[in-house]
Design a protein around this ligand. Structure first.
Ligand SMILES: Nc1ncnc2c1ncn2[C@@H]1O[C@H](COP(=O)(O)OP(=O)(O)OP(=O)(O)O)[C@@H](O)[C@H]1O
Ligand SMILES: [Mg+2]
Length: 268
């Protein structure tokens, strides 16, 4: 799904990570993460609780310094050019960053003014419409449902047209309908040419939404590819009449439960 060529953006990966390491005290969380994300792709970073997904996203969005390794986002080095990286990205964190006291529209206006937009009102109204929040725009966020809050959070992160969008667990805690709404919003972002790196623990989310899937386990990306490529790591079970394709959930559990962490072909 690479539409970037039509937008005239620089070629090369939108995100490139080599040998990224991060420890918190004694706890070595990232042990040499390598990852490339092509422009215009939606990539899902999968991993269990505590695998280091938020840590990786924080490093890529310049909120945290890596101990070792390199990472570039939109061609800018996260360590040496953090301001340029920040100018290219948006981050929607794991916990919603909206202001409860303000209305939805006021939240959007606030960010628009912080980003020095010429006409924050028009941008706010456009985003409310895009995220089906026009009717609720004048209400305090404290009265919003979880799905509405999350959609507003994502809408706020899009102000300024970032080319690379980080979404840390965008649908955690949402009901199925709200999840579908967020998925739809994410797909439209990528269709518009943005690159999306999202973290998730929902394997069906990765399956439905992502062009490519990267599995973070024990500090490294132990498998990466399209769903079809990951499925080829685990050939279908051969039975007399029925060919069973493994689900992504089976692939994930098989890869992450093995003591040998290299993702090699295996009969199941
Ligand atoms: N500031 C910190 N100080 C100490 N330990 C931390 C800090 N931040 C994260 N950790 C630890 O690092 C590990 C990775 O955390 P991280 O938040 O990156 O995981 P995650 O994959 O995002 O997990 P989750 O799915 O629960 O959001 C965890 O064991 C966590 O407890
Ligand atoms: Mg996290």
């Amino acid at each position: 799904m690479t539409t970037s060529a039509t937008l005239g953006r620089a070629s090369g990966p939108a995100i490139s990570v080599r040998g990224l390491e991060k420890a918190y005290g004694e706890l070595q969380v990232l042990r040499g993460v390598d990852l490339d994300v092509a422009q215009g792709d939606i990539v899902a970073l999968l991993g269990s609780n505590g695998a280091g997904k938020t840590t990786a996203v924080k490093i890529l969005s310049t909120l945290l310094k890596a101990d070792a390794g390199t990472a570039t986002v939109d061609g800018h080095d996260v360590g040496s050019e953090p301001a340029s990286v920040r100018g290219s990205i948006s981050l929607t964190g794991q916990f919603a960053a909206v202001d409860e006291i303000l209305t939805g529209r006021e939240n959007l206006l606030l960010v628009g003014r912080l980003r020095h937009l010429a006409d924050p009102g028009t941008v706010a109204d456009d985003l409310l419409a895009r995220f089906s929040l026009t009717g609720a725009g004048g209400r305090r966020v404290a009265t919003y449902s979880g799905g509405m809050r999350r959609r507003l959070d994502i809408a706020m992160s899009l102000i300024g047209d970032p080319s690379v969008i980080f979404l840390d667990e965008p649908t955690t805690g949402l009901d199925p309908q709200a999840r579908l709404e967020v998925w739809d919003a994410v797909k439209r972002l990528a269709a518009g040419g943005a690159t999306v790196l999202l973290t998730t623990q929902y394997l069906d989310e990765a399956e439905q939404l992502a062009d490519r899937i990267a599995i973070l386990h024990e500090g490294r990306i132990i498998a990466e590819g399209t769903l079809a490529q990951l499925k080829r790591l685990f050939p279908p079970t051969e039975v007399t009449y029925v060919e069973k394709q493994p689900t992504l959930e089976e692939i994930f559990l098989a890869i992450t439960s093995g003591t040998n962490t290299s993702a090699s072909a295996k009969e199941n």
